[in-house]
Write a protein that binds this ligand. Structure first.
Ligand code: FAD
Length: 301
C-alpha cells in the first residue's frame, strides 16, 4: 500500500489514450501488466475529430468517435485503468509523472501523446474543416475523386500529398509561398513531371463558400490576386508534436518528434514512444495501433 495516497506506483504507465496508447494498453493488459493510461484532454485521440473513417481495416466506413469509443472499451475490458487526467510534468530521471491530483511512479513508460496539425490561421478555417479543408490527404483524399483540389505547403509532406492526390483528383494546385521547395529533390522532380499538378507561388488570403469550401483566394507572386475554384484544400504546413513535457530529456528530431528505433525504444531505457508523436513515415490510426502493439510486446517479454 502507498504511504502517500496521491502517489501511485505502476509497472507500466501510458501517457495518451489515442489509438497508439489504447492499443499498447490492450496488449499490455491482456498480458497481465495492469497498465495505467492517462487520457489527457482528448480521450480517444484525434480520430474523434473525424466524421468519416474508411481506411481502418475490417470495420468498413465509420466515424472516428465510434471507433475510438470501441478502443477505449476494449482497453478497459481487458483490465487497463484509464485515468481522465493530464500529465503536467514528466521526470524521466526520477521515473515520475505528475497530474493535478497525483504522482505516478513507473517502471516502464509509453509516450503516446500524439501531434496536432499546424493551421493556416485565416478566417473560415475552422468552419470549413471537414467541409473541404483537410489536414490529411491519406485520410480524406478519397472523398474528392475526380474533383479539383489544392494543397498548401512546400515541404516533403505537402509534395507527397499533392502526388497522392494527383492519382485521385481531376486537378491539383500546389500553393507555396516561395518559388523553391523545402522537400527532397526526388519529390520536386516528380511534382514537376506530373501534368495534373499546377504549381502556384503565393499566399492564401481568404477562403470562400457557404456550407462547404468552394474557393481559395491567393495573393500570387508577382501577378496579384487569383481566385481558385476548389472542392478541397489540403493544409500541409507542418505538424506540432506534443513533446513539450519531455523536451531536453529525450532525443527529438529537427521537427520535435521523438526519435525511436523499430521497437519503439527511445534513447532512454524503459521509455517508449508510439504513434504520431514519434518520427514515423506515416501518421494514421493503423500505424499508431501497430506502434502501440510493438512497444507493449517489448515490455511484456
Ligand atoms: C480530422 C482528422 C481526421 C483523420 N482521419 C483519419 C483517417 O480517416 N484515417 C486514419 O488512419 N487516420 C486519420 N487521422 C489521423 C489519426 O487520427 C492519427 O494518426 C491517430 O489518431 C494518431 O494516434 P495517436 O494515438 O498517436 O495520437 P492521438 O490520436 O493524437 O492521441 C493522443 C492522446 O494523447 C493525449 N495526450 C496528449 N497530451 C497529453 C498529456 N500531457 N497527458 C495525458 N494525455 C495526453 C490526448 O488526450 C490523446 O488521448 C485523422 C486525424 C484528424 C485530426
Amino acid at each position: 500500500m502507498n504511504s502517500n495516497p496521491n502517489r501511485t506506483e505502476c509497472r507500466l504507465l501510458i501517457v495518451g489514450a489515442g489509438p497508439a496508447g489504447l492499443t499498447a494498453a490492450i496488449y499490455a493488459a491482456r498480458a497481465g501488466l495492469k497498465p495505467v493510461v492517462l487520457a489527457g484532454a482528448a480521450p480517444g485521440g484525434q480520430a474523434t475529430e473525424s466524421p468519416e473513417i474508411e481506411n481502418y481495416p475490417g470495420v468498413g466506413r465509420t466515424d472516428g468517435y465510434t471507433l475510438a469509443a470501441r478502443m477505449l472499451s476494449s482497453a478497459t475490458e481487458f483490465g487497463a485503468e484509464i485515468v481522465y487526467e493530464t500529465a503536467l510534468k514528466i521526470s524521466l530521471a526520477e521515473k515520475t509523472v505528475k497530474t493535478e491530483s497525483s504522482e505516478y511512479v513507473f517502471r516502464e513508460l509509453i509516450l503516446a501523446t500524439g501531434a496536432a496539425h499546424r493551421h493556416l490561421g485565416i478566417d473560415g478555417e475552422d468552419k470549413f474543416t471537414g467541409r473541404g479543408i483537410s489536414y490529411c490527404a491519406t485520410c480524406d483524399g478519397g472523398f474528392y475523386r475526380g474533383k479539383n483540389v489544392a494543397v498548401v505547403g512546400g515541404g516533403d509532406s505537402a509534395l507527397t500529398e499533392a502526388l497522392y492526390l494527383s492519382n485521385i483528383a481531376e486537378s491539383v494546385t500546389l500553393i507555396h509561398r516561395r518559388d523553391a521547395y523545402r522537400a527532397s529533390p526526388v519529390l520536386v522532380d516528380r511534382i514537376k513531371a506530373q501534368p495534373k499538378i499546377r504549381r502556384l507561388t503565393g499566399v492564401i488570403t481568404a477562403l470562400g463558400g457557404n456550407e462547404k469550401l468552394q474557393s481559395v483566394e491567393v495573393a500570387t507572386i508577382p501577378s496579384g490576386i487569383e481566385n481558385l475554384a476548389v472542392d478541397a484544400l489540403f493544409v500541409a504546413i507542418g505538424g506540432a508534436p506534443n513533446t513539450e513535457l519531455v523536451r531536453g530529456q529525450l532525443q527529438l528530431d529537427e521537427d520535435g518528434y521523438i526519435v525511436t528505433d523499430a521497437l519503439m525504444r527511445t534513447d532512454r531505457d524503459s521509455v517508449y514512444a508510439v504513434g504520431d508523436v514519434r518520427n514515423t513515415p506515416l501518421r494514421q490510426i493503423v500505424t499508431a495501433c501497430a506502434d502501440g502493439a510493438v512497444a507493449a510486446s517489448q515490455i511484456v517479454v
